[in-house]
Design a protein around this ligand. Structure first.
Ligand SMILES: [Zn+2]
Length: 259
């Protein structure tokens, strides 16, 4: 048992005496197409963290379930907080953990929209507080490389692997993404001509299954088998990294003094 909400303070004391590493899962509560649960990003971050934490015997903190997701606002059920509140909350949580002697934190993030804020927080923790925080995605690079989009084949497959009972495959859809914002042509997610614009998901897709403008993003081909093939090697790789982090001297990881 390594999940902090499920153990007592005396168990936590033992765990913290063994290692100065903890895992902080972070995600979002936002639309993931008509077939995936709103909690996809935080449920996957939590599931990966639990698997890794058990293998490496390090504490897994309670998941932070609401993040920087305002771009999904038009879809029912999506929640968000402003980036500054998200940053403050994550930082305060990390400092609370650090007060117990846990000065190396692996932030497992399920939502790309959180990344900029998390890297900023990790920078402040390292430079100003003597806490080393590393930020990684809960979804494996192999899934990102598929380019199967938000709520597409890759992400849906990972959901099927971790919590099949929450996925309604009969509602999965393949969705042609829109190409125009008014009279202007959209490129990728966020470009119109030479400029960027603050896109919302609804600008590109009606179903919430999201990818680059003009492409067809599939979710109907998702399988539990693919989810397993994507996640099992990743769980191993992340557990190995946590072992390396456990062995690393904290001082050597922190920000260096001025020359
Ligand atoms: Zn997601």
């Amino acid at each position: 048992m390594v999940r902090l909400p499920e153990i007592s303070w005396s168990d936590a004391k033992e765990l913290f005496e063994e290692t100065d590493v903890a895992i902080l899962p972070v995600g979002s509560t936002e639309q993931h197409g008509p077939h995936n649960p709103l909690g996809t990003d935080h449920l996957v971050a939590e599931a990966l963290s639990k698997n890794v934490g058990e293998r490496a015997n390090v504490a897994v903190l309670p998941v932070i379930p609401v993040g920087v997701s305002e771009h999904h606002r038009q879809f029912p059920g999506t929640l968000w907080v402003p980036p500054r509140i998200f940053r403050d909350y994550v930082k305060a949580t990390a400092l609370a953990v650090a007060s117990h002697g846990i000065k190396k934190i692996l932030i497992v993030n399920g939502h790309g929209g959180n990344t900029a804020a998390l890297v900023e927080v990790a920078g402040e923790l390292r430079r100003e507080h003597g806490v080393f925080a590393a930020v990684m995605m809960a979804f494996p690079p192999a899934m990102m490389a598929m380019g199967s989009g938000h709520a597409g084949t890759g992400e849906t497959s990972v959901n099927l692997y971790f919590h099949r009972q929450l996925v309604k495959m009969e509602r999965a859809v393949d969705t042609k993404q829109k190409e125009r914002l008014g009279p202007l042509e959209i490129k990728g997610f966020n470009s119109i001509g030479p400029a960027q614009f603050p896109w919302d998901t609804i600008d590109l897709t009606e179903t919430g299954v999201l990818g680059p403008a003009g492409t067809v993003v599939e979710s109907t081909k998702a399988t539990e088998k693919l989810g397993k093939e994507l996640m099992e090697p990743y769980i191993e790789a992340v557990a190995k990294f946590v072992e390396e982090l456990k062995g690393a001297d904290l001082g050597s990881l922190l920000s260096k003094p001025h020359k």
